[in-house]
Design a protein around this ligand. Structure first.
Ligand code: SAH
Length: 261
């Protein structure tokens, strides 16, 4: 059976994305976790824990400890990027616990002002901190750009984290952006690989169509669409997992770890 309204090649959902409208929406939202999570701040802790577990599993699989001790601590990452970072929820709650430097990319200045204001003291929502004396990484560059305009420096990042922001890019912009991110990864050895991580809502459309959201002018893509775009960017999915523990009425959320083909 055909879907009731089939998006045509002339009118795909991502053709409706309007960056100016997105920025107007985000500038109207409060610069806090509630604003970032569309009124579901209670999901932040679960989200950060899920991200922390996903990355730890990925890193352990890439670098099995010689003794096989699952609990052995992982070395800190050198430099990572938090993309579409908002008020730094992921930066402060997770990435600064695992990396020495976190660069922040976010187009909305009032959000990055909040990061700059309380960045060094902000220990909230850091559910992945297990020990009081875990060193905290520093916030590096703050870059006020949309990801469609950001060109990461080549050979720079151990991890490029993209969460709940890629729906603001059209399909074509997303592929081009991912190609640039691929070049932005450090060319480590196989024992210390670098990754792009994408953590996004998944379309629940019965026909697997992307869903346009006029509130913030973004699209919610299907798993199939994401995988297709990753492939077009020359990236392979080396791990993927659904976030567990979110309220049932929210979109499912999937994490993908990507490496150059
Ligand atoms: N990743 C953060 C924030 C999610 S809210 C977190 O998980 O808490 C979505 C963020 O995407 C907002 O901060 C918004 O300003 C930002 N955004 C909007 N348009 C964008 C674009 N074109 N490129 C990058 N980020 C964008």
């Amino acid at each position: 059976m055909d879907p009731p309204i089939s998006p045509t090649a002339q009118n795909p959902p991502d053709a409706q994305i309007d960056h100016a409208a997105s920025l107007t929406y985000w500038n109207s939202v409060s610069a806090d976790t509630t604003g970032m999570l569309g009124g579901f701040p209670q999901t932040s802790r679960i989200d950060l824990q899920g991200s922390s577990n996903f990355l730890a599993k990925l890193r352990r699989a890439a670098r099995p400890s010689p003794s096989g001790t699952a609990g052995a601590s992982l070395p800190r990452l050198n430099r990572v990027a938090d993309c579409g970072a908002g008020v730094g929820r992921v930066t402060n709650g997770f990435l600064r616990n695992v990396a020495d430097t976190v660069d922040v990319v976010e187009p909305v200045v009032k959000f990055t002002d909040a990061i700059a204001r309380d960045g060094d003291n902000n220990n909230t929502h850091d559910s992945s901190r297990k020990e009081e004396d875990t060193p905290r990484g520093r916030i590096g560059e703050i870059i006020n750009l949309g990801l469609q305009d950001w060109h990461p420096s080549p050979n720079t990042y151990d991890l490029i984290w993209n969460q709940w922001c890629l729906g603001h890019l059209t399909d074509a912009q997303l592929v081009e952006y991912l190609v640039r991110c691929k070049a932005g990864l450090v060319q480590g050895s196989s024992a210390t690989p670098a990754w792009i991580v994408v953590k996004e809502n998944m379309s629940t459309d019965a026909w697997k169509r992307d869903i346009y959201d006029e509130v913030d002018s973004s699209v919610t893509r299907s798993d199939e669409k994401f995988r297709d775009l990753f492939k077009k960017a020359g990236l392979k999915v080396v791990a993927a997992d659904l976030q567990r523990g979110f309220p049932r009425d929210l979109f499912p959320v999937r994490m993908y770890a990507l490496r150059p083909e």
